[in-house]
Design a protein around this ligand. Structure first.
Ligand code: FNR
Length: 213
């Protein structure tokens, strides 16, 4: 992994899209190597329309938030995260649910970039969240908790619908992390298209990436 924190960069049906016109920054809220949520982002890369790239950002280098450290300047890994969020056309979070709420590692990363709220890189950025869990409810409570977090003044433009909760994840991904459930793949495809459409409305421009799909 480069210090930049971007360890996977591809998307679209034809694989890597260096010249994609629309770039989504995917962030998994799990550091686990076999994370279902990272696998869900990889599946999103596969179903993204031509012209849309999903880059997966690795938050593992981000330290625990410490106001004393913040007062002396952002650590390099945090600044890198900020820069990648700023450069993205949209943000796609794949969140686990921990104890009916958000996972601490991702909450910590978001806390770092949330200040000051008026200049934070997520402000007015199109954002969608999805999630996979081993349980029945597929991160519905974590996603609700994230909505509360984002309404605190961070203020991304959160896509309200459609929603994507992947429950019983162990049955929907194989041992290699490939998504093997056709219904989930179809819903994921629609979800990514909806995020692009939502973002285009916010940016006030059309990338035309949906017209060919
Ligand atoms: C969980 N898990 C879990 N699942 C769920 O549906 N609701 C929950 O409240 C919790 N709580 C919870 C707490 C903690 C500390 C852990 C470690 C796990 C199970 C969780 O869905 C499962 O571990 C997923 O596999 C986590 O996502 P990744 O790591 O596969 O992306």
């Amino acid at each position: 992994m480069s210090p930049a924190g971007l360890n996977v960069s591809s998307g679209g049906h034809q694989g890597v899209q260096e010249h994609a016109t629309f770039r989504i920054l995917g962030i998994a809220g799990s550091l686990r190597k076999s994370s279902f949520n990272r696998s869900l982002l990889r599946a999103a890369q596969q179903v993204a329309p031509d012209g849309v790239a999903i880059d997966i950002y690795d938050i593992s280098a981000i330290p625990l938030f410490n106001g004393d450290v913040e007062a002396t300047g952002l650590p390099e890994s945090v600044q890198d995260f900020v820069d990648h969020i700023r450069a993205a056309d949209a943000i796609l979070i794949a969140t686990p649910e921990y104890n009916h709420s958000v996972p601490g590692v991702l909450k910590n990363a978001i806390d770092w970039v949330s200040r000051p709220s008026s200049g934070n890189p997520l402000r007015h950025k199109p954002l969608a969240m999805m999630g996979a869990s081993g349980g029945q409810f597929g991160t519905v409570r974590a996603q609700e908790a994230w909505r509360l977090v984002f309404a605190s003044g961070i203020d991304p433009f959160v896509m309200v619908n459609p929603q994507l909760m992947v429950n019983n994840a162990a049955q929907k991904f194989d041992q290699q992390g490939e998504l093997i459930d056709d219904d989930t793949r179809d819903r994921l495809t629609g979800f990514i298209e909806a995020l692009v459409a939502w973002s285009e409305r916010i940016h006030g421009r059309s990338t035309s990436v949906l017209s060919t799909h």
